[in-house]
Design a protein around this ligand. Sequence first.
Ligand SMILES: Nc1ncnc2c1ncn2[C@@H]1O[C@H](COP(=O)(O)OP(=O)(O)OP(=O)(O)O)[C@@H](O)[C@H]1O
Length: 267
Amino acid sequence: MAILSVENLHFSYTTGQDILKGITLQFDRRPTAIIGQNGAGKTTFAKLLKGLLKPLHGDVYVKGVNTKETTAAQLARQIGLVFQNPHDQIFKSKVIDEVMFGPLNLKQEKETARANAIEALHMVGMENKLDKNPYDLGLSEQKLICIASVLAMQPEIVIFDEPTIAQDYPARERIKEIIQHLRQKGKLVLTITHDMDFAAAVFERTIVFAQGRVLLDGTTREVFAERELLKHAHVEPPHVTQLGQKLGCRETFLTAEEWIRYKRRKS
Ligand SMILES: Nc1ncnc2c1ncn2[C@@H]1O[C@H](COP(=O)(O)OP(=O)(O)OP(=O)(O)O)[C@@H](O)[C@H]1O
């Protein structure tokens, strides 16, 4: 059984203006990137999965259970969403309180909640900032705190909305490691991103949204090989992929390392 599936999902904010137009998808536990031009409906889709928005038509199933038949609290145990903008998420004046809020809300004992919060802060490299005010930190650190807040609840499904925006190289590498760690623990990671190098390097599956529909869905290599369809969706593949395509290579390269290996093989 798919850990998460959606059937014929429709949504609109305003009557007559459909944002999602019948999305049907099944998710296994492969880390999956969701890409597509601005306004394609990616964040709306994530909010529907998390139960923050209700479908106009269609259904969302988490481990076979229709989310229409679950409570917000039950869903919070299963799905965590890291918002694109930390200011939509942060509201406490101490880092530790912010990260403990979710576990406490799930009715964990204070000591367990604190231990889970500290473990999560450790994972994002912020364990030495427990008593800081999140509002005194930079955007990059605020985003890491938002990630920790979700990880502390230990959900089975973690959705990241644009995790690499405003992140420097070490923070990006840390986010990659977190995703790999979650994968090893058998969790499903879905990530909305405009960062194509990140998508290519990290995710096994990629789904392309275009105007409220799924335009492409496959392994990340299959998807980035679809040059014409991606152009139609206004998505530019990673530079190394484009380089290979422009040179007429039959292989699709996803990372600089793959390109280097290819060149060494050929020389
Ligand atoms: N709260 C809202 N009320 C009305 N319209 C909205 C609201 N939120 C988003 N929209 C509109 O819905 C459409 C889809 O937005 P959404 O944020 O889901 O797209 P996206 O693919 O995540 O875009 P981006 O990559 O820019 O984040 C856009 O046209 C957007 O303007």
